[in-house]
Design a protein around this ligand. Structure first.
Ligand code: PGA
Length: 256
C-alpha cells in the first residue's frame, strides 16, 4: 500500500464547467507542487470530468468522480457507468456519499456493487460510511454499520474475482452530522472510529490494501491532531478544497 497520504477534493456542485477549468489553469503550478506532497484527487461534477482530465495532464493530480452506477449498462437514464469514468481518465470515484444516498433509493448492497464496478474498470472506489447525529455516541451501532458495509464490499470483491486486482480500496469515514456543518469529532472519537475500521478490515484475508480517510468539515485547524490519528491515510475535503490557500494549508499541516 502506498504510504503517501491521499487528499480527495469533492467539489460537489460548487464549481461550474468553466470555473473549474479556469481554476485549474490558474493554479496549475500550485497543483503540481501539492502533487509532490500527497496523492491529490480532484472530483468535479460529471460534465467537467473529461475536460479536467486533459487539463490535469502533467500535473501529477488524479481525477475522480462523485458517483458511479451499480449497473454496467442499460436503460438507466441519467446514470454514469464506471467504464465511462475509466474512459475519460478517472482513477478514483466517490461512492455512497451521504448527499447522494439521501437523494437515492440505492441500498448499501448497491453501493458495494458500484465499488465492484469501479474496481473492474481499474478505478479505486472511495466508499463513504458514517452515522447520523442521533447515533454519534452509539459505538455499537457505528461498528455494526462499518461491519455490514465492509462485509458487503469484500463479498463483492471476492465474488467478482477481483482478488488479483492490484488496486487499493478506500473507505471514507464521514459522520453525517459533520458534513458541511462545522461540527467535528473529538480526537478520541476519531481514534476509536478509525481503529474500529482498521480492525475490521484486518479480519479480511486476501483483500487489497484498504486506505481509510476522514471527511466532514475539515479545515487546516484540525490537521494538527488529524495527522496524529493512527491508521488515518488521508482526508476527504468538501468546502475547504475549493480555495487554493485553504487546500495548501491543509496539505501542509496534515503532511509534515
Ligand atoms: P465538507 O464536505 O468538508 O464541506 O464538510 C465533506 C464531504 O461532504 O465530503
Amino acid at each position: 500500500m502506498s504510504s503517501q497520504k491521499i487528499i480527495v477534493a469533492n467539489w460537489k456542485l460548487e464549481r461550474s464547467f468553466a470555473r473549474a477549468q479556469e481554476w485549474v489553469a490558474t493554479h496549475r503550478d500550485d497543483l503540481s507542487e501539492l502533487a509532490h506532497k500527497a496523492e491529490l484527487v480532484l472530483c468535479p461534477d460529471i460534465i467537467t470530468t473529461a475536460s479536467l482530465g486533459q487539463l490535469l495532464q502533467g500535473t501529477g493530480i488524479a481525477l475522480g468522480a462523485q458517483d458511479c452506477s451499480p449497473y454496467r449498462s442499460g436503460k438507466y437514464t441519467g446514470a454514469v457507468s464506471a467504464q465511462s469514468l475509466h474512459d475519460v481518465g478517472c482513477t478514483y470515484v466517490i461512492i455512497g456519499h451521504h448527499e447522494q444516498r439521501s437523494r437515492s433509493t440505492l441500498t448499501d448492497s448497491d453501493y458495494a456493487v458500484s465499488c465492484a464496478m469501479a474496481l473492474q474498470c481499474g478505478i479505486i472506489p472511495v466508499l463513504c460510511l458514517g452515522e447520523l447525529a442521533e447515533d454519534r455516541f452509539n459505538h455499537q451501532k457505528i461498528k455494526d454499520l462499518f461491519a455490514t458495509n465492509l462485509e458487503l464490499l469484500y463479498r463483492q470483491y471476492r465474488s467478482n474475482g477481483l482478488k488479483n486486482n492490484k488496486g487499493t480500496l478506500c473507505i471514507a469515514y464521514e459522520p453525517i452530522w459533520a458534513i458541511g456543518s462545522g461540527d467535528f469529532p473529538t480526537a478520541d472519537e476519531l481514534v476509536d472510529r478509525i481503529s474500529s475500521l482498521r480492525d475490521l478490515i484486518n479480519t479480511y484475508d486476501a483483500v487489497p490494501a484498504t486506505r481509510i480517510v476522514y471527511g466532514g468539515s475539515v479545515t487546516a485547524e484540525h490537521c494538527e491532531f488529524l495527522r496524529d490519528i493512527p491508521y488515518l491515510d488521508g482526508l476527504l475535503l468538501g468546502s475547504s478544497s475549493l480555495d487554493m490557500q485553504s487546500l495548501k494549508k491543509i496539505v501542509y499541516s496534515f503532511i509534515k
